[in-house]
Design a protein around this ligand. Structure first.
Ligand code: ADP
Ligand code: MG
Length: 520
């Protein structure tokens, strides 16, 4: 019998590799854009036709290639970015395997036009075979056209997603990469029609332009970025963007760390929005795990986890009311305003000034209107929940003794309940089938303890129990007490949200008032 083992021809190897590198139009767009960025481009335009299955064009103004490089770049493992094995550890560029162009070319008609500023070359290839090499005219930079994707791999072509699906994947790819490169302009057209365009700007501006409001800045040792308000948490991961050394990466580990940083502010099954950039020494991260470089492996996962979690936690602790300019403070209230023809709330003075920067204007139900540079609307129930939550969480020793101990009936689990409550700073002991409570956190009134206890016993979640108490108790708020509570809340670790992620306060803007009064 003759030999049965033969080496596969190069074009077959490329086609197999293409299966790994080239998932579909969006991963091709990503590879081509990353090449443009590696080439130092400051302007990148992308056009796709029929979701990219008909045509993908990427044009850049990067360094371009000379005629010889232009021919070589379509060869497998041809790269200008990696010379030695040691280089693998210290690679700053995006691509490094020298695989992408060869793989893409092997499953399409690829046309390359490139100029290094001296010579301009045009190369036509079909299924990875160069058909023509011509001189051409163009400015420095590179244009790559990918036509008839997978035309020679019918099985793959059949499994491509719909045009609508691939189009939105491509859009997401472009938007994602643009987040990490604010100094580069990007323009995506779909069949020639503009779909996405951003000019060079700052990091924060770019994020706001692409994603809308991502209010809270995150800053830590090697972590930077923004998180969205808990109220923007979603049931999908769509609002989550992670970059490691500027590469878009999917990491369930980091996503989980961010979520832990949000703590109880979002529901268990919700995904918090974030855009985070991690700077990890390149020898501590292995991006080689996945051919598409979407997933990574970290050297020290637990310390990275803690770092991200803590940075997100800190982002919540560093916020205070911001002053806005559209509000003109009134210096002497009585002079400018006629008394209101109706009472806002019984016995609530219209103006209450504690001699600090805040000036209480009115109390409406459990809302406090406050002048504090800006006009601020405070949800007193949310403020109360935040203060109580932090007392239970962080000031366990500060329980206040009750004049008359409380008694609650408990069943068999009495011992375990007493132990858990003591752990929350609620001092209690077991007397037969009775739980005797001797001291409570200062912000938890003894009259409300049964409410708290019921909810806590059922869910074993203090934030739910606290929310239940603070939201269901009807209180006749007095201005002095309300301002004192607001001030307490602004000394908390988190000054912006209650434990369930509801805002404690918001600025009142003309637009908000419009929505109250204008006809829709
Ligand atoms: P890699 O990016 O891993 O090196 P590629 O197959 O993506 O592999 O690209 C091969 C080589 O072609 C690159 O190393 C680079 O030298 C050159 N190249 C590709 N795209 C461009 C571009 N847009 N501008 C300049 N050079 C490019
Ligand atoms: Mg590349």
């Amino acid at each position: 019998m003759g030999p049965k083992i033969f080496r596969l021809p190069e074009n077959v190897i490329n086609k197999i590799a293409a299966g790994e590198v080239v998932e579909g139009p969006s991963s091709i767009v990503k590879e081509l854009i990353e090449n443009s960025l590696d080439a130092g481009a400051t302007s990148i335009t992308i056009d796709i036709v029929q979701g990219g299955q008909q045509l993908i064009t990427v044009t850049d103004n990067g360094c371009g290639m000379g005629a010889i490089d232009a021919q070589n770049c379509l060869e497998r493992h041809a790269t200008s970015k990696l010379r030695e094995v040691e280089d693998l550890d210290s690679l700053a560029t995006m691509g490094f395997r020298g695989e992408a162009l060869a793989a893409i070319a092997s499953v399409s008609h690829l046309e390359l036009q490139t100029s290094d500023g001296k010579e301009a070359t045009r190369i036509l290839s079909e299924a990875g075979k160069i058909k023509e090499i011509l001189p051409c005219a163009r400015n420095r930079g590179t244009t790559i056209d990918v036509r008839f994707l997978f035309y020679n791999v019918p099985a793959r072509k059949k499994f491509q997603k719909s045009t609508t699906a691939t189009t939105s994947q491509v859009k997401r790819s472009v938007e994602t990469i643009s987040l990490a490169h604010p100094n580069v302009s990007f323009r995506l057209t779909i069949g020639g029609k503009k779909s996405f365009e951003v000019a060079p700007s700052s990091q924060k501006k770019r994020i706001e332009e692409v994603l809308g409001e991502y209010a809270h800045a995150v800053k830590g040792d090697g972590v930077e970025g923004f998180i969205g308000a808990p109220t923007l948490a979603s049931s999908t991961r769509n609002g989550q963007y992670l970059f490691i050394n500027k590469r878009p990466i999917f990491s369930p580990l980091i996503a989980k760390a961010v979520k832990e940083g949000f703590g109880t502010r979002i529901a268990e099954n919700a995904y918090p929005p974030f855009v985070l950039f991690l700077d990890v020494p390149s020898d501590a991260v292995d991006v080689n795990v996945h051919p598409q470089k979407k997933e990574v492996r970290f050297e020290s996962e637990s310390s990275l986890f803690k770092l991200v979690q803590r940075s997100v936690e800190n982002a919540f602790g560093q916020m205070a009311p911001v002053e806005i300019s559209s509000f003109t403070p009134v210096t002497s209230f009585a002079d400018t305003w006629e008394p209101l023809p109706f009472k806002v709330s019984d016995e609530t003075p219209l103006e209450f000034n504690l001699g600090f920067t805040e000036k209480g204007l009115a109390i409406v139900g459990h809302y406090l209107l406050l002048q504090k540079g800006a006009l601020v609307l405070v949800d007193l129930q949310a403020a109360h929940a935040r203060v109580l939550f932090e007392q239970v969480r962080f000031e366990k020793g500060a329980a206040q003794a009750l004049m008359w101990p409380l008694e609650v009936k408990v069943d068999d689990e009495g011992e375990e309940i007493a132990e858990a409550l003591n752990g929350l700073g609620i001092e209690c002991r077991l007397l037969k089938k009775m739980l005797v409570v001797d001291a409570l956190p200062e912000q938890l009134e003894s009259a409300h303890f049964p409410l708290f206890f019921e909810q806590w016993k059922e869910t074993r979640k203090i934030e739910l129990a606290i929310n239940h108490v603070c939201r269901s108790v009807k209180k006749n708020w007095q201005m002095e007490e309300a301002i004192r509570l607001f001030r307490r809340s602004q000394k908390c670790k988190d000054t912006t949200y209650d434990p369930l992620g509801n805002p404690i306060w918001t600025e009142v803007n003309p637009e908000d008032l419009n929505s109250l009064l204008r006809r829709k």
